[in-house]
Design a binder for this molecule. Structure first.
Ligand code: UT7
Length: 319
């Protein structure tokens, strides 16, 4: 036996630390009922969301999640040679929010932001593993952090009910386990810029969205992308211990699962209490699943993101 999987182009890596940060302020459906012409029933039936956390700032949330993940990993922060931060809500236009997080966590090496909206974390996970495969980087941290609740229009009930704030982080390490491969088995990434204006936010403006069209494309993109990543891994949906889709709308998750042939029992669903946290939704769900022991070393997971762009990406990972 050897430590590399002959079918994978990626160096073996393991997740040695993980964490979640959610801002303390809870925004319930009851509160939204007082603000807008909406009901708790409508929101839960159409989206699966009961409450979301708001009031977060991207760098603060990333630092909180990152610090806890580094502590759990049991490494010194200065041993971490790369930070890839997925965010669409940077603190400033420049420099990157990753610079600030890198400084506060006391990391070494390189850091940068990736803006691929709700696909951001999976993009960042693939980029981090690709760089670890080709460069002398042994330990890296990948964080998704977003505060899209700050970009919803004051009178827009449709987007306000959906978006929440949060961050999730994972620390990756090149593993030298001689008995089993852990790391990336299959990927898929893509963009369809013709959908650029279906979900966008101008400078100093609010999020605008064609909800129905985004919904349709989200289901199609998730199913196609997850299928391609599984095919590259030489796996079937039934081989996956846990499917971790982007948490945008429970009905999107249900529709994608039905088409992929993945049972809800094997699917991570956190949207009820988090809402759509954009680039943070997948690492939050992954971290919670690891904390709860739903998945552990040796299990194979499939993470799939889609979002504005339109963008999408999927990755099959053996833990
Ligand atoms: O990360 C990607 C981010 N974006 C998404 O994933 C969005 C994907 N799309 C969706 O999640 C859904 O399209 C929404 C939740 C945004 C909307 O649900 P829908 O089932 O597609 O509703 P709809 O747009 O077809 O609207 C149905 C009705 C409309 O009223 P009329 O025209 O039938 O009288 C809307 O005006 O629901 C109305 N409506 C609401 N009613 C109560 C829209 N928002 C609300 C609301 N409360 N918050």
């Amino acid at each position: 036996m050897h430590s590399t999987n002959p079918t994978s182009r990626y160096v073996p890596t393991s997740i040695i630390g993980h964490s979640v940060f959610l801002p303390p302020k809870v925004l319930t459906n009851a509160e939204l009922e007082r603000r807008f012409d909406t009901t708790d029933e409508w929101i839960r039936e159409r989206t699966g969301i009961r409450e979301r956390r708001v009031g977060g700032k991207t760098s603060d949330m990333a630092i909180e999640a990152g610090r806890k993940a580094v502590n759990l990993a049991g490494v010194d922060a200065s041993e971490i040679q790369m930070l890839v931060l997925a965010t669409t809500t940077p603190d400033h236009i420049m420099p990157s929010t990753a610079s600030l997080v890198h400084h506060h966590l006391g990391l070494s090496g390189v850091s940068f932001d990736i803006n691929a909206v709700c696909s951001g974390f999976v993009h960042a996970y693939i980029v981090a593993n690709s760089m670890m495969s080709t460069m002398d980087i042994n330990t890296a941290i990948v964080i998704g952090s977003d505060c899209l609740s700050s970009l919803t229009g004051a009178d827009d009930r449709t987007t306000t009910v959906l978006f929440g704030d949060g961050a999730g982080a994972v620390v990756l390490n090149k593993t030298h386990n001689k008995n089993a491969y852990s790391g990336i088995l299959g990927i898929d990434m893509g963009t369809d810029g013709s959908g650029y204006d279906l979900l966008f936010c101008p400078h100093r403006g609010a999020i605008e969205m064609d909800g129905q069209e985004v919904f349709r494309r989200a289901v199609r993109a998730t199913v196609a992308s997850a299928g391609k990543a599984l095919e590259m891994a030489g796996m079937k949906a039934g081989d996956i211990s846990l499917f971790i889709p982007h948490q945008a709308n429970y009905r999107i998750i249900q529709a994608a699962c039905a088409r992929l042939g993945i049972s809800e029992q094997h699917t991570a669903v956190t949207i009820e209490t988090t809402g759509n946290t954009s680039a943070a939704s997948i690492p939050i769900a992954l971290s919670m699943a690891l904390d709860e022991g739903i998945v552990s070393e040796g299990d194979t997971i499939l993470m799939s993101g889609f979002g504005a762009g339109m963008s999408w990406s999927s990755v099959v990972v053996r833990l």
